[in-house]
Design a protein around this ligand. Sequence first.
Ligand SMILES: *Cc1c(COP(=O)(O)O)cnc(C)c1O
Length: 393
Amino acid sequence: MQTWIEEGENYILKTYNRFPIVIDHGEGCEVYDTVGKKYLDMTAGIAVNSLGYHHPKLTKALKKQVDELLHISNLYYTKPQVKAAKLLVEHSLFDKVFFCNSGAEANEAAIKLARKYGKQKDTHKTKIVTLKDSFHGRTCGALTATAQPKYQENFMPLMPNFVYAALNDVESIKTIMDDQVCAVLLEVIQGEGGIKVADQSFLQEVQALCKKHDALLMIDEVQTGIGRTGTLFGFEQFNITPDVVTLAKGLGGGVPIGAMMCREDVAVLVPGDHASTFGGNPLVTAAAKVVLEELLEENLMGHIQQVAEHLEGLLSKLVSKYDVVAQRRGVGLIQGIELRVPAAAIINACLEKGVLFVAAGSHVIRFVPPLIVSEEEVGCAVQVLEEVLKSLA
Ligand SMILES: *Cc1c(COP(=O)(O)O)cnc(C)c1O
């Protein structure tokens, strides 16, 4: 295992701080490293592996697709892409899908759509509003939308005409909104930003402001979408009807796929405006089709809601039992506990004990397990976390 780590350090550009293990394979909600140690996984490749590891249907569909057609360009139609798009549209309030390869790219597509939508009304209607502590990706447009100085400061100047409001602060967005705003882009639960849940009243106020100023309401569901919160989209929990939504992470169950969805009346992008070589290729859309079918037709949604309720109960107990645990936040299977100490040492100790967690910001331990996780498995994970917390107390 050590050799792989050393060679990784030698050859791979160091843009990540990695845990010193080499993951080899996985089954269900567990992964194994190259020396055979087993880990229970509460990260799911950061909310990606919605069906866990080595899921029989996903594996079978991908193997079949490999035999038929890996890739062809968007010069042609393919059955998997049409099927995945149809499933998404038929189960949402959106009419059209644009496929790309990542969350950042999905947001880039949304940003371009918003700019064109605005400019068709008025050449100066190009302003985009996002929220402080948001996370929308690392490409230059998405990074401009990501209102966190630590991600932006080394890369100035960024894209012009982005302005930032604060989550759950209606006044902060009211003062910014005017007729030059073409879109508001936000997460209903800030994921990387620390599992911060938007208030329904805030979101409804933002929606009203968007209507008033003819700006698109665009929800970044890259982390919260595709069943994570117990509904297909996170925004469904907040009684709002956005114009645009962006997806990625869990949509492909582990293959790189992103998507931007919009209603017909705002679908202003036409041939020549936007494109992606790999976007929605047969391999990745064959995977998305399986994930969507599992969620929509196999009652995985009911399972998520049930396990989530159990997990919430366990985490709330940690809050009442341990001083160091300040708060539980989240909806469905995107949960976080905020600590009064940095999360890193606790996450390291859990890894030693065979459970994988990822932080959200510096002080939050995030739970984004595979959506197929069982009550027993989240129970085990919380138990290990509790042992570590106990040793601190
Ligand atoms: C992860 C994430 C992104 C970026 O996705 P990439 O696939 O890494 O580009 C964008 N928005 C949200 C809310 C995310 O959680």
